[in-house]
Design a protein around this ligand. Structure first.
Ligand SMILES: Cc1cc2nc3c(=O)[nH]c(=O)nc-3n(C[C@H](O)[C@H](O)[C@H](O)COP(=O)(O)OP(=O)(O)OC[C@H]3O[C@@H](n4cnc5c(N)ncnc54)[C@H](O)[C@@H]3O)c2cc1C
Length: 439
């Protein structure tokens, strides 16, 4: 009997579902354990375990391409459900240094609510014959073998144990994996943290698709050390706008309609102001604060226990403004698939694959982590590491040039979307356009 019979994925959020998809081809049984109710009616719905679902979720091009490979036809399915598709280079982006130029790119931007995406993924994962979703079930810890070298399952409510050859922890930003490790005598990982004291406050509005059909999204970015306020409007399924007002460095948009409107009025982006002032609100206001970056360095723990993998936000939660979280989780699912395929089918091969995945996981994180944290460190007064300070100065230099340089903007977007290396930004500038008065 091969050792790769049973895998358990803890957490049925975005990363858990994408990972379950790659495990479905590699294990006889995959069980996704989720504490919320998701399996009975996998229709788009907000739920307690993913409070971020009230807020905009842009899927970067690299992540969208991986999802399309793992779930063929997903983009078309989302389009049929009303999720608009456009070119990322064409939507107006207001930096403190000016408007982005409008450029044609190969970077598709599909805008949807997070519940629409998650329900589509859940339905598709549940349709795989090897996958079962065990919902309304909370995992409480790990089970180790007698020699404390290998994870052999998870503990769910009370003394019930579900054994597995592989346990994947995908419990998100507020998951308890470090405690689960120490509870069974394993060491706690080091944590890198950079907190830009960011908050999102969001509300849904009715959208008239005829009024401005070309406008699918518009953003005003925050930027240390002075631009603490920002906002975004994105067109989502059901002819709705999802409006989000950002606050950095402790700033936060109010959660009462008047205060929210006044905060929107204080922004320079006319699209955000227009939607908040002119369109009909369709729901409550929701705020999500404390959105700092936290990277648990499981890659540094030696020896790594066999049969265990930690990924998604449970491994590293990023500042969401740069939109990398879902793409990084998709890259991690791919990395895990490659490690499993290279590891061989016996117990040792599986354990080698787990260690190789965890050791290599920084490859998926280095660019997004350093991009967001070097900018966020700009809110800090006092000591900032030299490398981060240099990276921040270079990014500021790029942002000053972008409004006048469409070719540079195209290259910048390719790097941000993780489809090109940052070295491509070092090519000489092409100045084609004067500082524009978009929109
Ligand atoms: C406000 C905000 C905006 C964002 N915007 C973007 C964006 O524009 N683009 C982007 O790519 N990313 C964005 N992200 C990041 C994105 O949401 C995450 O990267 C992504 O959800 C990570 O998936 P995950 O599965 O690791 O975590 P989650 O999706 O949070 O799922 C974790 C799951 O684990 C379950 N769980 C937790 N503990 C247990 C337990 N003990 N037992 C059973 N189940 C458990 C939870 O109920 C939940 O369902 C944003 C994040 C936030 C907070």
């Amino acid at each position: 009997m091969p050792d790769r019979r049973r895998a358990v994925v803890v957490g049925g959020g975005y990363a858990g579902l994408v990972t379950a998809r790659v495990l479905a081809d590699r294990f006889d049984e995959v069980t996704v354990i989720e504490r919320d109710s998701v399996a009975q009616s996998p229709n788009p719905a907000h739920r307690k375990g993913t409070p971020q679902s009230r807020h905009p979720h842009a899927l970067l091009a690299r992540g969208a391409r991986i999802l399309q490979e793992l779930f063929p036809g997903l983009r078309e399915e989302l389009s049929e459900a009303g999720a608009p598709l456009s070119d990322f280079g064409c939507f107006p982006m207001l930096y403190p240094t000016g408007w982005s130029p409008s450029v044609r790119t190969a970077l598709a931007l599909q805008t949807f609510s997070r519940p629409l995406l998650e329900a589509a993924l859940c339905r598709r994962v549940m349709a795989r014959p090897t996958v079962t979703v065990l919902d309304e079930t909370q995992v409480e810890g790990l089970v180790l073998d007698q020699r404390h070298r290998c994870v052999t399952g998870v503990r769910i409510s009370g003394h019930t144990v579900r054994s597995a050859d592989l346990v994947v922890i995908a419990t998100g930003r507020h998951g308890r994996a470090p405690t689960w490790l120490t509870d069974v005598g394993l060491p706690e990982p080091d944590i890198l943290g950079v907190d830009g004291k960011l908050s999102y406050t969001s509300r849904v509005y009715r959208r008239d698709p005829v009024a401005r059909p070309d406008l699918r999204a518009s953003v005003q970015a925050t930027l240390a050390p002075t631009a603490r306020r920002g906002g975004a409007v994105t067109a989502i399924e059901g002819d709705r706008w999802l409006v989000c007002l950002f606050g950095a460095d402790g700033e936060a948009a109010p959660t009462d309609p008047e205060g929210f409107g006044a905060y929107a009025d204080s922004l320079a982006n006319p699209h955000v102001r227009h939607v908040v002032r002119e369109c009909e609100p369709l729901g409550e206001l929701y705020r999500y604060g404390g959105l700092g970056g936290r990277w648990h360095r499981y890659d540094r723990l030696r020896p790594w226990p066999g049969g265990l993998v930690v990924l998604g936000d449970a491994l590293c939660s990023l500042n969401p403004l740069y939109g990398h979280g879902m793409t990084v989780a998709a890259l991690q699912a791919q990395l895990l698939a490659r490690a499993l395929d290279a590891g061989g089918h016996d117990r040792r091969g599986l354990d080698r694959a787990c260690a190789a995945f965890q050791r290599r996981s920084p490859r998926t994180l280095l660019l997004p982590w350093y991009l967001s944290t070097s900018l966020d460190l700009g809110w800090r007064t006092g000591d900032v590491p030299l490398a981060a300070d240099l990276a921040r100065r270079y990014l500021h230099h790029l942002l000053r040039r972008i409004p006048d340089d469409p070719e540079l903007y195209r290259r910048f977007l390719n790097v941000q979307h993780m489809v090109a290396t940052p070295l491509t930004l070092l090519a000489p500038p092409v100045r084609l356009r004067r500082r524009g008065a978009r929109p």
